[in-house]
Design a protein around this ligand. Structure first.
Ligand code: PEP
Length: 248
């Protein structure tokens, strides 16, 4: 099973509903082979869920608060995302880590919140360019995994955790690591998950994210331990989303 998850970031208004519907109608052909999901702005989740009813397209949030409710102006609880129709939530995206100073420890608390609300957390990790240039990419990702992921998975068997490797320097830049570098990092992440969670660590999907496009998706998704893509810019339009889903 491959995963194609679109991160729409702060893009999308009512008029985007038809784009989501086109994605939902198009991905029907790959049911059972590809799980397709769009993570739109939170304002669109409920409406998209209704607008795409009857299609296999799923929806996710882009962040959540660690608490279930309370005096947190502007924040959104995992329970609210679930209530709106989401089944997953992106956590620790580099734009959250940079723009909002989000720490590994906060991400870890949000993973627990996602599980509490029956959402699958999609935990993002990845090095910045200076760290890769300094030969520290592996160490940085290892540190992020160690501190961002809880020590145990919940008891149920389903996909209850997704990890996305997103080298920060590849996000929105058109630059992509070599296949060897992607393979090495995904292998390291897999080894970490198995060390941490035992047999269940083999079942955690590991997605690649960073300038994935229709023309490189097939090659990237053929690399060992790449279970799909977390796609930003190329997920906004139905034709490129569908081309990536087809490549998966
Ligand atoms: C992202 O921000 O999660 C991402 C992968 O963006 P892009 O595909 O545009 O590089």
């Amino acid at each position: 099973m491959k995963w194609v998850i679109g991160n729409w970031k702060m893009n999308g208004l009512s008029e985007s509903l038809h784009e989501a519907r086109s994605i939902g109608d198009g991905v029907g052909g790959w049911t059972g082979k590809v799980v397709s999901m769009v993570c739109p702005p939170a304002t669109l989740i409920a409406r998209m869920t209704m607008h795409c009813a009857g299609t296999p397209l799923e929806f996710g949030g882009q962040d959540c608060h660690a608490k279930a409710s309370g005096a947190h102006t502007g924040d959104i609880a995992a329970e609210m995302l679930h209530d709106a129709g989401a089944r997953a939530v992106i956590l620790g995206h580099s734009e959250r880590r940079t723009d909002h100073g989000e720490t590994n420890e906060e991400v870890r608390a949000k993973v627990d919140a996602a599980w509490r609300a029956a959402l699958t957390p999609i935990v993002c990790v990845g090095e910045v360019e200076a760290e890769r240039d300094a030969g520290r990419a592996e160490a940085v990702v290892e540190e992020q995994l160690t501190a961002s992921l809880p020590d145990a998975l919940p008891a149920q068997e389903n996909e209850d955790l997704i990890v996305a490797y997103e080298p920060v320097w590849a996000i929105g830049t058109g630059r992509v690591p070599t296949e060897a570098d992607i393979g090495a990092m995904h292998g390291q992440i897999r080894a970490h998950l198995v060390r941490r969670y035992g047999e269940a660590g083999h079942r955690v999907p590991i997605l690649y994210g960073g300038s994935m496009k229709p023309d490189n998706a097939k090659a990237i998704m053929s690399i060992a331990d790449v279970d799909g893509g977390l796609v930003g810019g190329a997920s906004l339009k139905a034709d490129s989303f569908l081309a990536i889903a087809e490549a998966a």
